[in-house]
Design a protein around this ligand. Sequence first.
Ligand code: K1U
Ligand code: ZN
Length: 170
Amino acid sequence: MAVLPILCYPDPRLHTVARPVQAVDARIQTLVADMLATMYDAQGIGLAATQVDVHERVVVIDVSEEHNQPLVLVNPEITWASPETQINDEGCLSVPGIYDGVERASAIKVTALDGEGRSRTLEAEGLLAVCIQHEMDHLLGKVFVEYLSPLKRNRIKTKMLKARRDTAKA
Ligand code: K1U
Ligand code: ZN
């Protein structure tokens, strides 16, 4: 298992639309194992393949307190979203140190393949529903800061670019 580098906003590669996975084969299983290692190493609760510069529809999530309940979603699709919404503070491993409120459906139903290529459906609410919607946005090339005002987004962009310059200098 390898810990992969995570793309940082405003890297343009984060806006790539991911293509569907053709088969859950050994290559995808290695990608899933590497994404889980990367997510746990970064202390995140989710990761989309887009964030590690792989543009295929693969997501890993673990919202358990013990970090021992990994969820693998290949080719996920939301089949139902509740009309009720809620605003939750979100973070993103591609936008380190930034947290802000985003409005999303309170509950969703999702279909996907698991890490063995088996078809599954799940119903999610609370943090899991938030996280699935956040990760599926990544697969569409959307970063959560795009829900914020242009003023906030530009401030975040400037801060991230400065952090990148400072790291390069050090
Ligand atoms: O997509 C990502 O970058 C992962 C992201 C997922 C996420 C977090 C919070 C709301 C929506 C989606 C993270 O894991 S960022 C780290 C983080 O915010 C967090 C970590 C542990 C518990 C709670 C939040
Ligand atoms: Zn994210």
